[in-house]
Design a protein around this ligand. Structure first.
Ligand SMILES: [Zn+2]
Length: 96
């Protein structure tokens, strides 16, 4: 996800489906959920039962959780490595 986006929040369902949304959407959905009298909502074209919603997270947090779920890991240099990949950052020349 390198493109600029305003979708800085992520709605995650219990079945781990992730729908990225913007702050306005997040606020509206939170309000709707808090009133407790709606059983279904449509988010980004997806029709959801509110009972299947696990939570609304900040996108950066949700992405970290998703990477870890895929087996990726973050080394002490702050870089992500795929599952089973060794970190070579300690050997790399640094120019900072
Ligand atoms: Zn590394």
């Amino acid at each position: 996800m390198n493109e600029i986006t305003d979708k800085t929040y992520c709605l995650e369902t219990i079945s781990k489906k992730q729908i990225y949304i913007n702050k306005e959407q997040a606020d509206k959905i939170k309000q709707t959920l808090l009133t407790g009298n709606t059983k279904y909502i449509t988010v980004e074209g997806q029709f959801l039962s509110v009972g299947t919603i696990d939570g609304i997270y900040e996108a950066e947090y949700a992405q970290r959780v998703e990477k870890k779920r895929l087996g990726e890991w973050e080394c002490s240099f702050g870089q992500w490595h795929s599952k089973g990949q060794e970190c070579g950052h300690a050997l790399a020349k640094r120019y900072d």
